[in-house]
Design a protein around this ligand. Sequence first.
Ligand SMILES: [Fe+2]
Ligand SMILES: [Fe+2]
Length: 146
Amino acid sequence: MQNVFGTLKKDHEKQRDLLKKLKATSGDSPERATLFKELKEELDNHAVAEERAVYSFMLADELTQEKAGHSIHEHKEIDHLVADLGEMELSNPNWIRKLQVLSDKVNHHLDEEEEIVFPLGNKILDAQEKAEMAKDFKFVKRQEES
Ligand SMILES: [Fe+2]
Ligand SMILES: [Fe+2]
């Protein structure tokens, strides 16, 4: 049976990888434009599906509500950083510095989810629920992608 937290971690690797690739781009290049668009969509679709499939339930349990709320708050902060970066010209010499701020924030968020939030979620959900959530997560994410 699938565990939603394993599914989410696998998805996180995509974000880490995109950030790493994006940091290696320079100036107003097609690579930078394409990778940034990909990252933007990946961050957004992942967050929407994570909130709907998992955090909505964790918000309803006393043990997990605070951490789930914190993670959702960070999704909003990440949204703002992405929007700021999206408004900047790709050729702006400060672009990469701004990307570094976003990258630090996203990496912090992913590490915190994996080390603190998910282990707590693991405690309140049984195997069946975690399997269902993995399915729900994939379903919502695919919907968002189309
Ligand atoms: Fe996540
Ligand atoms: Fe998240």
